[in-house]
Design a protein around this ligand. Sequence first.
Ligand code: FAD
Length: 348
Amino acid sequence: MRDVIIIGGGPAGSTLARLIGKELNVLLIDKKNRDESKTTFKKPCGGLIAPDAQRALARFQLQIPTEVLANPQIFAVKTIDLQSKLITHYQRFYLNVNRHRFDSWMLSLVVDVDIIEDARVTSIVKTDMGFQVTYTKDGVEWVEQTLTIVGADGADSIVRKTFFNRKIRQYMAIQQFYSASAIKPLYASLFDHTLTDSYGWGLVKDDEFVFGAAMPLLNSRKNFELLKDRSALFDFYLKDPRITEACLVNSPQSINEIECGTESIFLIGEAAGFISPSSLEGISYAMDSALALAQAMKKKNVIRNYKFKCRKIKVKILLKQIKSIVLYTPFLRRLVMISKIDSIELVE
Ligand SMILES: Cc1cc2nc3c(=O)[nH]c(=O)nc-3n(C[C@H](O)[C@H](O)[C@H](O)COP(=O)(O)OP(=O)(O)OC[C@H]3O[C@@H](n4cnc5c(N)ncnc54)[C@H](O)[C@@H]3O)c2cc1C
């Protein structure tokens, strides 16, 4: 019998495992494989480490190894309103990383915890003693027992779907990879309210150009293709993608959509709904919520303490929701872009 089974080894799961592994008997199950050459699941992501995530890493005294970084590093974002054709540039302070290597590096910091990779949890059943977790690995089914479950399994969380019915707004995030040679290195964010009330992005990562967008679930593929067509006017050469990847991404419309869990079932990271609804930045929220749960687990009433420790994260999401209103209301966004407040002028 385990004390804790963590489902998911992204930034949330690996942070929690690293923090509680010494004191508790922990098993972490993840469907990824750290071996990059394997064709198993790799998290679709822009791979931008925002200042808040850098701050979380700094608090843990962690330094990202250079092999995790991608080329080039980014200092500005080109913001394009596809309908009005307005373009404004803003300074940005992101680290551009290879997301799979970032996750693998974070998982490599976990000691004193049993990790099963390349394994998919298929069911979780409440028992008299705790929970029975079934997972498949190499086509074989395995069962483990635990007192406590942690869902760190992202936007499509099996833990959230099994035990909670709190709804959360979701988009289909689609990303395609192109040869970077045809494109000037840039980081762009694209807005077209007729196709999505979220946004699209483009950036160079090593020798590839990544074009992605968060699309409303209905007709997501068709509207993504339309977004690509409209982006062509702005020098995006989007022909013959090498890879297309897609996954759900959460974007809480209100903090009532956040679910932290109950006495013995906890949700952290995006599974809980901890992600910025304005930028879809989620790595800092994953680490911060994992830290909140690790600290709460040292106390008696874990869920009460965890919820209490999450209040700052919820306030941050509330503020991002207010920012979303400005960013995703075409009139307000254009007003900000025209005002050039906080923007930079490019020198050719
Ligand atoms: C296209 C896209 C671009 C993004 N770009 C950025 C960005 O640039 N910067 C940023 O900060 N955030 C970005 N985000 C958000 C960010 O990726 C997530 O919010 C963050 O990864 C959440 O971390 P997590 O650990 O909670 O979940 P995840 O990183 O999603 O990790 C969940 C883990 O659970 C595992 N898992 C899921 N189900 C199962 C199962 N049944 N069995 C076993 N394992 C399972 C998966 O393998 C995965 O490793 C982006 C999201 C998307 C979709």
